[in-house]
Write a protein that binds this ligand. Structure first.
Ligand SMILES: Cc1cc2nc3c(=O)[nH]c(=O)nc-3n(C[C@H](O)[C@H](O)[C@H](O)COP(=O)(O)OP(=O)(O)OC[C@H]3O[C@@H](n4cnc5c(N)ncnc54)[C@H](O)[C@@H]3O)c2cc1C
Length: 410
């Protein structure tokens, strides 16, 4: 194989989006994915309007039977306090979301990239060749044969473990939050429910308050994705066993789900957030999606940010190759800072505050009694504020902070 102009390492949402946008602009792109599609990925499978916008821009077919349309969010604080909120209207984003298994979603998006001209090599692992700290080439290996390629630019989209990037010096900032989550699939007669459901006041089997949150995301095919998550800002987080937490949550989900399962063994994974990986750009490479730590700390959403960072990276790589000047790759870091910097900074402060389960519980119970506040909170957490609403969003944040400041343990 001759060396492509751009090598993309990893065929999840980030890698496929970057490859798609580069190929659409006429670039010669090879994407390597170490597994074979359809491949599973531990995830809640939930898509917000931000992800829907990106998928629509890539020509995704939402009429496939695997896709279940979602009209809003239902949040619980305890067993009785509940609120249902539709996705907000927005000048850019649609007012609907979706749930689709990652094995289906990621294969279909990879096929969209392929249709634009991307060469996709499945069951192929890329390993960097680094000389004097510089990425000179990559070894592509399918287990029986291997070859060396020397692309002009390598886009690293290898997920939260980021092995390829680590060899190039990409490291996670320990002072930034990180998430842990586990999920499984259950049968449910309510699988066509049009809401994503979350529980904000978690309890263990004895009824004691637990840090974290739980979700039930309906897939529309007779099954639901049930999961739990927690953040490294929560006290005792390392002592929490997410499998036990998931069992406790399943036992407490509202009866109407009539959960039957699990179907297969529930699986867990890490969520790298708030652009905790650094550096994001090297002389001839850049990281995107989870490899860049792009997950939104406000809500643990990573698929849309994987698509968005892939698309932004494609822009800068295209410009740098066009100009024959790889220094232009550096603009990617500045663009991320401009687009997400302040929002993620506010998120880091927020997740530190809710690290105390009492604060989280108080906020959830206060918020769920106040619909306008909760609707604004949904907009802030899902990053769906319109430009003319940003100031209002900051006021919501201030009111949340005011509630927190009245709690003696905060
Ligand atoms: C339990 C859990 C629940 C979640 N729920 C949600 C949710 O409901 N909604 C949401 O938006 N986000 C959710 N997330 C986050 C979301 O899963 C990630 O943000 C998203 O998958 C990031 O996409 P990515 O392309 O960066 O990485 P990945 O999806 O991890 O893709 C990386 C790909 O790279 C491949 N790869 C790795 N190394 C190599 C190599 N050396 N060579 C070739 N290929 C390689 C891997 O096989 C993989 O296919 C959840 C995460 C977890 C752990």
């Amino acid at each position: 194989m001759s060396s492509p102009s751009v090598l993309v390492v990893g065929g999840g949402p980030a890698g496929s989006a970057a490859a798609y946008w580069l190929a659409r602009d006429g670039h010669d792109v090879t994407l390597v994915e170490k597994r074979e599609y359809p491949r599973d990925k531990t995830c809640g499978d939930g898509l917000t309007p931000r992800a829907i916008l990106q998928l629509g821009d890539m020509g995704f077919n939402f009429d496939v039977p695997e896709f279940h349309r979602i009209t809003g969010l239902r949040s619980y604080a305890g067993d009785d306090l509940v609120i249902e909120m539709p996705w907000p209207d927005h000048s850019r984003f649609p007012n609907w979301g979706g749930v689709i298994r990652r094995r289906d979603l990621d294969m279909q998006v990879a096929r969209l990239a392929e249709a634009e001209g991307v060469t996709i090599r499945e069951k192929t692992t890329a390993t960097p060749v680094v000389e004097d700290g510089v990425l000179t080439s990559a070894v592509l290996s399918n287990g029986t044969t291997s070859e060396i390629v020397a692309p002009e630019v390598t886009i690293i989209a290898d997920g939260s473990m980021n092995r390829f990037g680590r060899d190039l010096g990409s490291e996670r900032r320990r002072d930034y939050p990180m998430g842990m989550a586990a999920r499984g699939y259950w049968r449910s007669p309510r699988s066509t429910d049009p809401f994503l459901e979350s529980q904000l006041d978690m309890r263990d089997s004895s009824g004691a308050t637990m840090p974290g949150y739980g979700w039930v995301f309906p897939l529309g095919d007779g099954t639901v994705n049930v999961g739990v998550g927690l953040l490294s800002t929560f006290k005792r987080w390392k002592q929490v066993n997410t499998s036990v937490m998931l069992d406790d949550y399943v036992a407490r989900t509202p009866e109407y789900w009539e959960l039957d399962g699990p179907l297969g063994k529930p699986m867990g994974g890490k969520l790298t957030m708030s652009f905790s990986k650094s550096p994001l750009v090297g002389p001839n490479w850049m990281t995107i999606g989870d490899a860049a730590g792009a997950i939104n700390p406000w809500n643990g959403e990573g698929i849309s940010y994987a698509y968005e960072t892939g698309r932004i990276a494609a822009e800068y790589v295209g410009e740098a190759i066009g100009a024959g000047d790889l220094e232009e790759l550096g603009g990617y870091t500045r663009r991320l800072e401009r687009d997400y910097g302040l929002y993620y900074k506010m998120a880091r402060i927020f997740v530190k505050l809710i690290g105390n389960p009492t604060v989280m519980r108080t906020l959830a119970h206060t918020g769920l009694r106040n619909r306008p506040l909760m609707e604004w909170t949904l907009k802030v957490m899902a990053n769906l504020l319109d430009d003319d609403e940003k100031e209002m969003g900051e006021r919501v944040y201030d009111s949340l902070a005011a509630v927190v400041s009245r709690i003696p343990t905060a």
